[in-house]
Structures are given as structure tokens and as C-alpha cells.
Write a protein that binds this ligand. Structure first.
Ligand code: CP
Length: 311
């Protein structure tokens, strides 16, 4: 495996191997000194052309915990503002010395295109509405960690909201179904993709009809920055039909969980404070993001077995 671009390219066996490796990395992260020398001498460049909190910071943390050097790049403070192209930017950073580029861009396909310009490993940190594969890995790991087992067989996962603009939904659906879960996507027709040919999901337009039958309620952010027209009549109407509020949270199946990739729109899709519901794993997802990204970096850049404790 040289690149990590798209869950569609990853077999079920490789996905399970990455989940197992994420568990090993989580064990490292529980140590008093959560650092191993596995990637000493390697350089990881985090190249973000679009804003991020969780993904960028957790990749940065993951690389440092594996003892790699991190080269941070923010487009907003770079020569992109003077007209430099993405290709020239990548080639310039690679001339300094990079083993892996972690790339986020608002346009789908940019990380895959960069593989043609660079000899380094390329990791997709989110490209437009296309893919967010490390989010799918950390989400799958979080669900498996909670319910146990090797994969997600037997679980019913409802993904609720703006599926149309969501790269998280596309990657999660591929990962969850490869791992054996049954997936229902829930939202108004305007926020579902116009063509879902071949999508291995059930579709539902009523949140209330899936609430009591789901093991996982996965809330999606209403992505207003990707909308070029009004997809919902009003935010209030959307919140009433598709927001997770206290009443809906109380009607969830016993033992079920709530997830959200973040950032949340409070009062839109999240109408209850996650801290007030005992079954929210939203911050657990963030914690697990570091372990999942360590697993991906180690898989692409590491040699040999699972890293030993530095002490
Ligand atoms: N989930 C996610 O990608 O969050 P950020 O945009 O903060 O990285």
C-alpha cells in the first residue's frame, strides 16, 4: 500500500488489518509516554488547502507520536496567494524532503492527481464531496471498539442528514458495508445524491422511523459552504424534521450510540448537547482519530512489525 486515497480501493481484509493496527496504536496512546521511534527520520507534510481542526491536528499528533518530523503547510499563509500552483507547491515541498503528503482540498480528485507529480505517499485528508478515508477508518474503529467483534456484522447504522455533499458519508458507507453493517441513509430528497445507482444502502426520508431501530445514529453536518442553492426550506424546518433533539435521543434503542464527524452545527442537526446524552461517542471519535492516523502512517511509511515502546 503506497497511498491512502479511497476506501473503495481497500479490501475488507486490509480494512480489518488497519482496524487491528489502530487498536495497537491506541495501546501506545494509553502509555505514560505515548511515543515510539517507528518513523524516526521520516517527514510528513500536512498540506491543507481547506480549513480543518480535527484532521490536521490529529495527523500532526499521530506523526509526532511515531517520531516523524512534521512539515506544516497552510494555503492561507503560503505562496498560493501569489498565484503558485498546487503542482509547483508540492514539487517545492518535495524538494525540501517529504515522505508522505497529507492533503485536503475542496475539489474532489486533487490528492489522486498529486500522486502523478510526487514520489511520496499521498494520504487523502478529505477532497470535496468525494472521500475522507481516515474518517471512515476512525469511525469504523470507534463502532467496533464499542460493540466488540472483528467487524460490524449485524449492526444497523443510520446516516442522517446532508449525504449529498458529504465525503464522510461516501467513505463511511463503503467502509461500514465492507465490514458487514446494514446502512440506511436518512434525509430530505434534496439532500440525498441525485444518482445512487450501486449504493449498498436503504433510503428513508423520515428520521423518526429509524430512531428506534438503529444501533448507530450517525449525524452529518449540513454543509452550507458546499451548497449553491437552497436545499432546505429553512434551518428551523430542517432541525424539526432531521435534528437530533432530546425527545429523539430518548427514543433511541437501548445500547445504541450517537456519532458525528464534527464540526457540529448546534441547533441545526444537533439540537441536544452531546454532553447531556450518555451514548454520544463524538469525542471518542476524535480521540480514536489519532490512533487511526498513526495506523495509516505506519502502514505506508513503517517497516517491520508493530512499534515497540520507546522506554
Ligand atoms: N471531521 C473532520 O474532517 O473535521 P475537520 O474538518 O475539523 O478536520
Amino acid at each position: 500500500m503506497k497511498h491512502f486515497l479511497d476506501i473503495a480501493e481497500i479490501s475488507r481484509e486490509s480494512l480489518i488489518e488497519l482496524l487491528d493496527m489502530t487498536a495497537n496504536m491506541a495501546e501506545i496512546n494509553r502509555r505514560p509516554v505515548p511515543k515510539v521511534p517507528a518513523l524516526r527520520g521520516k517527514v510528513v507534510a500536512t498540506v491543507f488547502f481547506e480549513d480543518s481542526t480535527r484532521t490536521r491536528i490529529s495527523f500532526d499528533t499521530a506523526a509526532k507520536r511515531l517520531s516523524a518530523d512534521v512539515m506544516g503547510f497552510a494555503a492561507s499563509a503560503s505562496s498560493i496567494n501569489k498565484g503558485e500552483s498546487i503542482r509547483d507547491t508540492i514539487e517545492t515541498l518535495e524538494a525540501i524532503g517529504v515522505d508522505a503528503f497529507v492533503i485536503r482540498h475542496k475539489t474532489g480528485g486533487v490528492p489522486a492527481t498529486v500522486t502523478k507529480w510526487s514520489d511520496a505517499s499521498i494520504i487523502n485528508a478529505g477532497d470535496g464531496a468525494n472521500q475522507h478515508p481516515t474518517q471512515a477508518l476512525l469511525d469504523s474503529y470507534t463502532i467496533r471498539e464499542h460493540f466488540g467483534g472483528q467487524d460490524l456484522t449485524g449492526l444497523r447504522i443510520s446516516i442522517v442528514g446532508d449525504v449529498r455533499h458529504s465525503r464522510v458519508a461516501r467513505s463511511d458507507i463503503q467502509a461500514f458495508t465492507k465490514l458487514g453493517a446494514a446502512v440506511t441513509i436518512v434525509g430530505p430528497s434534496t439532500l440525498l445524491p441525485s444518482d445512487m445507482t450501486g449504493w449498498p444502502v436503504e433510503v428513508c426520508n423520515e428520521f423518526d422511523s429509524v430512531i428506534g431501530e438503529s444501533d448507530v445514529i450517525y449525524m452529518l453536518r449540513l454543509q452550507r459552504e458546499r451548497m449553491n442553492s437552497a436545499f432546505v426550506p429553512s434551518l428551523d424546518e430542517y432541525a424539526q424534521r432531521f435534528g437530533l433533539d432530546k425527545s429523539r435521543a430518548k427514543r433511541m434503542r437501548a445500547g445504541s450510540i450517537v456519532m458525528h464527524p464534527g464540526p457540529m452545527n448546534r441547533g441545526v442537526e444537533m439540537c441536544v448537547d452531546p454532553a447531556e446524552i450518555p451514548n454520544s461517542l463524538i469525542l471518542r471519535q476524535v480521540t480514536n482519530g489519532v490512533s487511526a492516523r498513526m495506523a495509516v502512517l505506519f502502514k505506508l511509511l513503517g517497516a517491520g512489525g508493530i512499534p515497540e515502546d520507546e522506554g
